[in-house]
Design a protein around this ligand. Sequence first.
Ligand SMILES: [Zn+2]
Length: 223
Amino acid sequence: MTKLFLIGLIFISSGASSQSSTCFGSTANGSLKNGVELPGKGKNYVSYSTIARLAGRTYVHSAVKTIILNSYKNLQTSMPDTVFKYAETGFEDGGKFRPHKTHQNGLSVDFMTPVVNDKGVSVHLPTSPFNKFGYNIEFDSSGWFEEYRIDYNALASHIVELHKESKRLGFDLWRVIFDPELQPNLFTTKHAEYLKQNIQFSKKPSWVRHDEHYHVDFKIPCK
Ligand SMILES: [Zn+2]
């Protein structure tokens, strides 16, 4: 009896986690069916806000969720002392996602820029309603904001993992938007060559400065 019950539970839970999403249209004009929610936190990552999460702002396409979680898992091994934070993604069924211009079909994800503090320890950027969940943070041209300094190696490593895990599932990254003025610093890391070969970065400044966060669009076929 207990065994059967357990098997039943496993079946139900695996059924729920293997739900696959369908995206429609484009990131700028689209929607999502069966969107899935990112976990609030894991061993080396957290969400930018419990409130925003409860408001349903952290849903993605199921393949995007798998890619993100696999990437965090790999980083846990390769950079055990580094922590990451993700930010706005989209609604469960996609559609308009103010104030963003994209994020409409489950394939756009914002990540908070990884930082170290003045002691060189990996920490999270502060995100709360008082600084627009982190989006109000401004780094100076040398990559500092208060006692926080951009950890370019962690940022580059994360992008590399997202790309590798996308490829492993038969997908790709479409583009990464990050402040063009700060971008050259990514090419001073050991991942420079990989980034050059595989990642399409934004060339022009976009409608908001992407310094405290970087925006990733995944390339997954939609209807
Ligand atoms: Zn974005």
